[in-house]
Design a protein. Structure first.
Length: 335
């Protein structure tokens, strides 16, 4: 197990600092900005910015798990935090918002936000049903697979043999990786006895709905081709509306809901730095880095939330997480 963890960390370090495509992106950025000549310091700064979304989004399941509340309370509180963050962002870039403010922007933003609320709400339900360490890797892999397929089928993004071959390999790697993270060691009766409360039927349903919600959240925006920075406020309002519908009549206004405003602020922070990282190293690299959040959510849930794993399951989780990251990285190259 120790060997696998060490190899996992070495592989992550390679993706962050040694990958040729990342180095080339950094070099181009450094030679055309105020960081010119400061290759080492600039590279570290850029990688730090690019990894903040992974740190923020990977922590959401851990933070919400510690703060408590039902899935509906967590979703509603999170959207309040996201709305607060969106208002601040919009005020800070008011001129840009006004220049791009159209009915189309508002309609697309609201619809996208409603889809997001479905995706996040059901992801919280999945975490409650099967645990964070299983729900997040499966959810991440499913999102990457469905978004890639949507790109191919709806937007014809893979047109060359290279894209089709690498993309197909990435999808296979993602599916195997997500499956491995969910495997259980049935021979260990002691650990399995503590898992009687796990609801895999409910968890599977929640993950399917969550994946569909997140798919709609991204596809609608991509199809409409609206300004994503200006859309932050309409999208956040749609998120609050959707979360309010889920929480209606379910003891929504309790202290746990207000506590989970913090998760929305964390999510908004990740969103902000995602925009910043995209301008520095491009969408492909920044998106791939953001998927490394599964390392934090998966291993954090084991260490901080007390989710139990046998030695055999540790092997499954490490290899599966590696494969999900690798699959996301391969898809990122094609974007």
């Amino acid at each position: 197990m120790d060997y696998l963890v060490k190899q996992f960390l070495r592989f992550s370090e390679y993706l962050i600092l040694e990958s040729p495509c990342v180095k080339n992106k950094i070099h181009v950025y450094l030679m055309n900005t105020e960081w010119k000549g400061l290759h080492l310091e600039g590279g570290i700064y850029i990688m730090f910015i690019a990894l903040i979304p992974a740190l923020a989004w990977g922590s959401i399941g851990l933070i919400s798990g510690k703060l408590g509340g039902t899935a509906n309370q967590q979703t509603l509180g999170m959207t309040w935090g996201a709305l607060l963050f969106a208002i601040i962002m919009t005020l800070c870039s008011w001129g840009h918002f006004i220049a791009n403010c159209t009915w189309k922007l508002w309609i697309v933003g609201l619809i996208s936000g409603l889809f997001w609320s479905l995706g996040q709400n059901q992801q919280f339900h999945a975490m409650k049903s099967i645990g964070v360490s299983k729900a997040i890797p499966i959810s991440t892999g499913a999102q990457l697979v469905t978004n890639a397929l949507a790109g191919v089928i709806l937007f014809h993004e893979w047109t060359t043999k290279r894209q089709l071959s690498i993309g197909s390999l990435a999808l296979i790697v993602l599916i195997i990786g997500a499956t491995l993270t969910a495997l259980r060691d049935k021979k260990n009766a002691a650990v399995n006895a503590e898992r009687i409360s796990e609801d895999w039927n409910g968890g599977a349903r929640a993950l399917i709905l969550s994946t569909l919600g997140y798919l709609g959240y991204t596809v609608v925006v991509h199809w409409a081709n609206v300004d994503t920075r200006a859309m932050v406020l309409p999208q956040a309002i749609g998120m609050v509306l959707g979360a309010s519908m889920f929480a209606l009549g379910k003891n929504a206004f309790r202290k746990e809901t207000y506590k989970n405003i913090l998760t929305g602020l964390v999510w908004g922070t990740g969103n902000l730095f995602m925009f910043e990282a995209t301008t520095m190293v491009g969408l492909a690299i920044s998106f791939s880095f953001s998927q490394m959040g599964i390392v934090i959510s998966t291993f954090g849930s084991i260490f901080f939330l007390g989710e139990k794993k046998t030695k055999r399951e540790w092997v499954y989780v490490v290899i599966g997480s590696l494969m999900v990251i690798l699959g996301g990285f391969l898809l990122g190259i094609l974007k």
